[in-house]
Design a protein around this ligand. Structure first.
Ligand code: ZN
Length: 624
């Protein structure tokens, strides 16, 4: 079973606009994105995707859900498959915990760092950054190195460049307590296996005698460092280790500094090293970013497309550059929506972007960018090069290589165009290529989810209302005390359903919301029974809008709070009514018996008293 905390963390990390955007053309409309609903036929868009709430809602057909259910309904994946795919796209592994439906503590999965931890580590990183910057001023050798690379003081300051001097414990002067574990946690200080004279483990600075490049997140906080050695030592580049703040598979060097220029120039340029980023900024290309010594990942690509619709990768012309380009291609495929442009720039073997601009000027480099190879061309080259296309074996091999790449593309116009080009080059009919690549089988998904009516149990009356209120606003479950929960679980006809809903709601905690709960219920044992309730909730546009409300919109969110409060009160009243009804039913049963045991007599009088008490309380509350 997948821990609830993981699901919530996952849904916080993926961008639903991006997930849906792979399949549906979305346009910004106010706070949300709009498009033509992929689940019903329509000519004007009623399909809405909310980036703040991270779910979609169709005002035409009531389709509604999270990134997980979108993948399931649109591509036919099962729940665990969809979770796994999303997790991979942001570099997470899906944890498993033993099936402990209720009372599961969610242990075994550590969600992102707590706020207190990130704040403490961020402060430590900023203090280190200030320290390194100050050191640079007094380091003529480092200044000479940066000058030799053509950098001005202004650019060095913009990127916050610094210097970690020679020596083992320089950071001792930057922090009041060098043995503070936050320094280790932040990746600045390393704990040695050897002990010092006092028997304590020795500690020393990770970065020594290096030019320091602070790595900032999108908020501008320093979350890691890259250190480059001044001359010939090894390793040439040293990065911060993985820390609660920093994960190199998802961060890009220079993205924070480049954001404005990316917007102005209309594209982002992805290069191989941080020195390239800084040098290019100096030479008029302030829109460059770099991966941090890793291949480009789908998470990187996703981040880039949040900034712009056009991404140009620049790779060195050597074989390592080719390999890196291939990895980048694979990371890009799922994100290649029709409104996006992805290009690959291969410089001549002897050049990197920095040296190219120096030799041919900004205009020369600009021309190279304009002429960079489109994704479709690069993909076809990868598939067709080195194949004997005049032989059946060569064409079959090309098709074999093409299949996974084409399958990774969204089902859009670009994919159709690439299929046509491939059909042309392989002298094979389009339909045959499509069939051999197995890429048009997504209609199955929706059919799979249609449930035969006979499997449904019908929940009616006050139980139905109580269940519906809990499903729509699961956070109201926290107002239920133990006695009320027991009433719902033990004294109702459909207690199992209440148990399931309340169990999920409690595990989801204060952030419990309808879309995630819906995912969970739809993939639980009683899925068919909840369909009527989902439909009842989603049939009303009003409910759709309430669920969409941005928590930042105070007046609207106040209205929803008010609504939740009313429903919570209604739920409470229903609980009491259910309890009363259950006492009455038992009393009737006892009354019909010919003889009562001593215990049953006691029970009878106790229940009568309780029922009378409830009745009296309800009369009072109705009068007041
Ligand atoms: Zn629809």
């Amino acid at each position: 079973m997948i821990p609830h905390a993981f699901l919530q963390d996952l849904l916080n990390r993926v961008d639903i606009v991006d997930v849906v955007g792979r399949f549906v053309q979305l346009k910004k409309g106010g706070a949300n994105f709009m498009g033509l609903c992929p689940f019903h036929n329509e000519k004007s868009p009623s399909f809405t995707v909310s980036p703040t709430k991270q779910f979609y809602h169709c005002f035409g057909c009531g389709a509604h859900g999270t990134a997980i259910s979108f993948l399931m309904d649109h591509t036919g994946l099962t729940f665990p498959e969809a979770v796994k795919e999303l997790a991979q796209s942001c570099g997470l592994t899906v944890p498993q915990e033993p099936s402990s439906f209720r009372g599961g503590s969610g242990e075994g999965y550590a969600p992102g760092p707590s706020k207190a931890v990130s704040v403490a580590l961020t402060e430590v990183m900023q203090a280190a950054c200030d320290f390194y910057r100050k050191q640079l001023r007094g380091a003529p050798n480092a200044i000479a190195y940066l000058k030799k690379r053509g950098l001005t003081g202004e650019i060095a300051a913009r990127f916050g460049l610094g210097y970690a001097p020679d020596g083992w414990q320089n950071l001792e002067t930057a922090f009041p307590d060098y043995r503070n574990d936050n320094l280790v946690e932040a990746g600045l200080v390393i704990v040695s296996e050897k002990n010092d004279a006092q028997g304590q483990s020795r500690r020393y600075d990770r970065f020594r005698e290096r030019v320091m490049f602070p790595i900032r997140n999108v908020k501008g906080n320093v979350i890691g460092f890259g250190g480059r050695i001044l001359d010939s030592g090894e390793p040439k580049y040293l990065n911060s280790p993985e820390t609660p703040l920093f994960s190199k598979g998802s961060e890009l060097y220079g993205l924070f500094e480049a954001r404005l220029a990316i917007r102005e120039l209309g594209y982002v340029l992805v290069v191989e090293g941080y020195m390239d980023v800084v040098a290019l900024a100096q030479l008029g290309f302030a829109n460059a970013v770099a991966t941090l010594g890793t291949a480009c990942t789908p998470v990187h690509v996703q981040k880039l497309f949040r900034q712009t619709e056009t991404v140009v990768f620049s790779f060195d012309g050597d074989s390592a550059g080719r390999r890196a380009a291939r990895r980048a291609l694979e990371a890009c495929l799922p994100h290649a929506a029709d409104n996006r442009t992805i290009r690959f720039l291969f410089l001549p073997k002897e050049h990197d972007p920095d040296s190219y601009v120096r030799e041919f000027g900004a205009d020369g480099f600009g021309e190279q960018v304009d002429r960079a190879m489109p994704l479709s061309q690069f993909l076809l080259n990868e598939v067709l090069n080195d194949k004997e296309l005049d032989q059946p074996e060569g064409r079959a091999k090309a098709l074999f290589d093409a299949k996974p790449l084409l399958q990774a593309l969204p089902a859009n116009a670009l994919r159709v165009q690439i299929l046509h080009m491939l059909a042309d080059r392989l002298s094979t009919p389009f339909a045959e290529i499509a069939a051999l690549c197995d890429i048009d089988s997504r209609a199955a998904a929706v059919a799979r989810r249609a449930v035969p009516k006979s499997e449904r149990r019908r929940v009616t009356g006050q139980e139905q209302r109580a269940l519906r209120n809990l499903v729509m606003y699961p956070s109201i479950a926290k107002a239920l005390d133990q006695e009320s929960e027991q009433t719902l679980v033990l004294m109702t006809e459909h207690g199992e359903l209440f148990g399931e809903v309340i169990g999920h709601a409690r595990e989801l905690g204060a952030d419990a919301e309808f879309p995630v709960l819906k995912d969970l219920l739809q993939n639980g044992p009683n899925a068919p029974t909840y369909e009527d309730i989902f439909q009842e909730i989603l049939a009303y546009d009003e409910n759709g809008r309430d669920l969409m409300i941005d928590p930042a919109d105070e007046s609207a969110s106040e209205r929803v709070q008010e609504q939740k409060k009313l429903l919570a009160e209604e739920l409470q009243a229903t609980v009491i009514k259910l309890r009363h009804d259950s006492y009455r039913a038992r009393l009737d049963q006892l009354a019909r018996q010919a003889t009562l045991s001593a215990e049953e007599v006691a029970e009878f009088s106790e229940l009568s008293a309780k029922a009378a008490q409830i009745k009296a309380a309800r009369v009072v509350s109705r009068d007041s």
